[in-house]
Write a protein of this length. Structure first.
Length: 377
């Protein structure tokens, strides 16, 4: 965090915050008014491609010479289902189409997490309280220390191995995220009985996913069952690692800021937008990178406009960057490798009591910032 950045927020006047809110609202309103056939065609094409990759992958995994290609195809299918389709549809980006299969209230994805729970922890909690300590559970997922303002505990020495574990079993960690296991296992603020009751719908979805990939499809493969079982393990692993890496790179590089709860008191729309800017980061790449990341390579734009179809972020990004430059706000972006390195450095530093990375934003700590505004359904 540079000295210039530290002074930027405190130098903004109420009139400037109002102007920032007006400018970003104008982008959002223009995009919403322009939604139409090309957006519908885009998401339907993505769904078609996802299904094609899934069918091809499941067939090829039963043919030994092309088994690796089958695993790769199924991995692509699962990534598209989670990132470019599921995540974006459940944000309500395609509710305007009037298609029940693409409505955020009805959609269910190929993941251990239920769509209902995900929309609570992600759409509401994360996108309303973005990077606010004790409000946004995505900060460390209850496992990791991601700010010096989180009191250090001996368990945080395991920051790095836990991060590896989180990447490996990401869909299952996300599935149990709303249970807030640390309240039972560490802080004892929730009883095992409460946890058991809350776990029932989660376990129902988990069982369904486990049965599909590790019982049903292997049985259908007959003598090729071991190959199909192994292929499903690898495809799920590829999806988990990739999804977790994309999400971490958009939220946890060293220059991404976190905030105290005081920031959401009387927060204006302009201040909400600024918090999204300061609490997000992009990574660069080509069209394939953007599609495979669900366009979360434009994490800044996603946090500003979570209900705008994500494939539009590339065209919005230059305008967002221009507004940032106009008002002296940082626009944090870098290569995928650079953001990955920065994220893992932050995680490593904060595993120690002396870790100096990931501090709460000094610009916003003393500001009276909105009643929370969730822009996503």
């Amino acid at each position: 965090m540079t000295a210039i950045q530290k002074n930027t927020f405190s130098s903004l006047t109420p009139a400037q915050f109002a102007a920032i809110g007006t400018e970003f609202d104008a982008i959002r309103n223009r995009m919403r008014a322009d939604l139409g056939e090309r957006d519908a065609k885009y998401i339907r094409t993505m769904i078609k491609r996802q299904r094609q990759f899934e069918v091809a992958g499941r067939v090829m995994m039963m043919i030994p010479p092309v088994w690796p290609a089958g695993v790769a195809a199924l991995s692509v299918s699962k990534i598209l289902d989670n990132m470019e389709i599921g995540h974006n549809v459940m944000h309500g980006q395609y509710d305007w189409m009037g298609d029940p299969s693409l409505n955020s209230k009805n959609f269910e994805w190929d993941s251990a997490d239920t769509s209902k729970n995900w929309k609570i922890t992600h759409n509401y909690e994360h996108h309303t309280y973005t990077n606010v300590l004790n409000k946004d559970h995505d900060i460390g997922y209850g496992l990791l220390r991601m700010s010096t303002d989180q009191k250090w505990e001996p368990r945080f020495l395991a920051n790095l191995p836990l991060t590896v574990l989180l990447h490996t079993f990401f869909q299952h960690f996300v599935a149990v995220q709303n249970l807030k296991l640390e309240e039972v296992m560490i802080y004892k603020t929730k009883t095992p009985a409460q946890l058991k009751e809350e776990f029932k719908p989660v376990w129902k979805k988990m069982r369904k996913q486990l049965a599909k990939d590790y019982v049903l499809f292997p049985l259908l493969a007959g003598p090729m069952a071991p190959m199909v079982f192994a292929g499903n393990v690898l495809a799920n692993l590829a999806r988990n690692v990739w999804a977790c890496a994309v999400i971490f790179n958009g939220h946890f590089p060293e220059d991404v800021e976190q905030f105290p709860e005081s920031v959401i008191e009387n927060e204006t729309r302009g201040q909400w937008y600024v918090r999204q800017l300061l609490g997000s980061a992009n990574f660069s790449g080509g069209k394939l990178m953007h599609i495979m990341s669900g366009n979360l390579s434009f994490q800044i734009e996603h946090h500003l406009f979570p209900d705008i179809p994500a494939h539009r972020y590339a065209e919005i990004a230059p305008e967002v960057r221009a507004i940032c430059e106009k008002h002296g706000l940082p626009y944090k972006t870098g290569s995928f490798a650079r953001q990955t390195l920065s994220t893992w450095k932050r995680i490593a530093k904060l595993s120690l009591p002396s870790g100096k990375s990931g501090k709460i934003s000094p610009r916003m700590a003393n500001e009276k910032l909105a009643a929370p505004m969730a822009l996503a359904a």
